[in-house]
Write a protein that binds this ligand. Structure first.
Ligand SMILES: NC(=O)c1ccc[n+]([C@@H]2O[C@H](COP(=O)([O-])OP(=O)(O)OC[C@H]3O[C@@H](n4cnc5c(N)ncnc54)[C@H](OP(=O)(O)O)[C@@H]3O)[C@@H](O)[C@H]2O)c1
Length: 295
């Protein structure tokens, strides 16, 4: 197997992918691209022998240098509220020029032919998918659903105020970072995933009302679901200290969930990881020990 390089290796998804990859592949076959090689997050990986390249998605030459001799690049998508088109384009073009064979890109799940736009996310992901497909590189597109780890940000402190979001009965098949990272490693270490697009949804969808019910069960408290208007949603979040641009961003995801944009349960994630993905109830049980919260 040739060398594998992971971008975004200091982040949530990239670092978990790196940890899991090192259980399968000798460290001298693994490289990372990070903006700050001195970052504390990198120290233990450096000790393990991972090759660390300083680079930035905006700096084409740094990417080209880092990709020299690499067979597969795992491109963790760039953060929202940045020029994602330039960054993803640079990575794909530099990979092509450096002779990389395959680029694996973490995109966003959506319904086929969907018109829904999640601001800051969906249009740039479509652009990256199309750029990658047109590049002539072997590609694997891993369309990620919302992470289970971010679900609480759509409604805030449910224990205090319930699950209060704009109305909708759509479901979201969210998945855990650990399961998504496991799928990344499967694609990085196995053959046969070239020129494929996978929909990495969890195995079970939930609506916001389902979440309120699950949280009530786990906490043994009454956590109500309440449908509110979009203006009230924004005003409440802003009153809780979130900047307006962030509340609009969250609203984009909530609209997507409510209209079933992320509801598909394709089975791709389960097939790639070889077991049932963590469900939302399992996740909330593990992460939120509501039983310990004082009245
Ligand atoms: N599906 C979802 O629910 C969901 C949720 C959140 C994010 N996302 C998307 O998935 C990606 C990974 O999520 P995450 O939670 O792992 O995000 P994260 O923890 O914020 O990690 C982002 C990574 O990208 C790196 N990065 C940022 N700008 C860069 C640049 N210009 N050049 C090179 N590297 C750069 C960061 O490096 P530094 O350490 O140097 O900052 C970090 O390693 C996000 O970037 C976002 O596109 C999806």
């Amino acid at each position: 197997m040739g060398k594998i390089l992971i971008t975004g290796a200091t982040g949530n998804l990239g670092s978990r992918t790196l940890e899991l990859l090192l259980k399968k592949v000798p460290s001298n076959q693994v490289a990372v691209l990070v903006r700050d090689p001195e970052s504390e997050k990198m120290a233990r990986f450096v000790k393990e022998g991972v090759e660390v390249h300083q680079g930035d998605y905006f700096d084409y030459n740094s990417l080209f240098r880092a990709f020299n001799g690499v067979e597969k690049v795992m491109l963790i998508s760039a953060p929202a509220f940045t020029d994602r088109n330039t960054q993803h384009f640079n990575v794909i073009a530099a990979a092509k020029q450096a002779g990389v064979k395959q680029v694996i890109f973490t995109s966003i799940l959506r319904r086929e032919n969907s018109n829904l736009i999640v601001p800051e996310v969906s249009i740039s992901n479509v652009f990256a998918e199309q750029t990658l497909k047109a590049s002539g590189l072997a590609y694997t597109i891993l369309r990620n659903p919302p992470y289970l780890e971010v679900m609480h940000s759509y409604f805030g402190d449910a224990l205090k105020v319930g699950v209060r979001v704009p109305e909708g009965s759509g479901k979201v098949a969210a998945a855990s970072l650990n399961d998504l990272a496991t799928a990344n490693v499967a694609v990085l270490t196995q053959n046969g995933h070239e020129n494929k697009t996978y929909h990495l949804s969890g195995s079970e969808g939930c609506s916001f009302a389902d979440i309120a019910e699950a949280l009530s069960e786990i906490s043994e408290k009454d956590i109500p679901y309440e449908a509110i208007g979009e203006k009230e949603y924004i005003d409440t979040m802003v009153a809780n200290g979130l900047p307006v641009f962030m509340t609009s961003f969250l609203l984009g995801w909530v609209r997507g969930i409510n209209t079933g944009e992320f509801s598909e349960t394709s089975g791709d994630l389960e097939r790639l990881i070889g077991r049932k993905p963590m469900t939302y109830k399992e996740f909330f049980k593990t992460k939120y020990p509501f039983s310990k919260v004082e009245d």
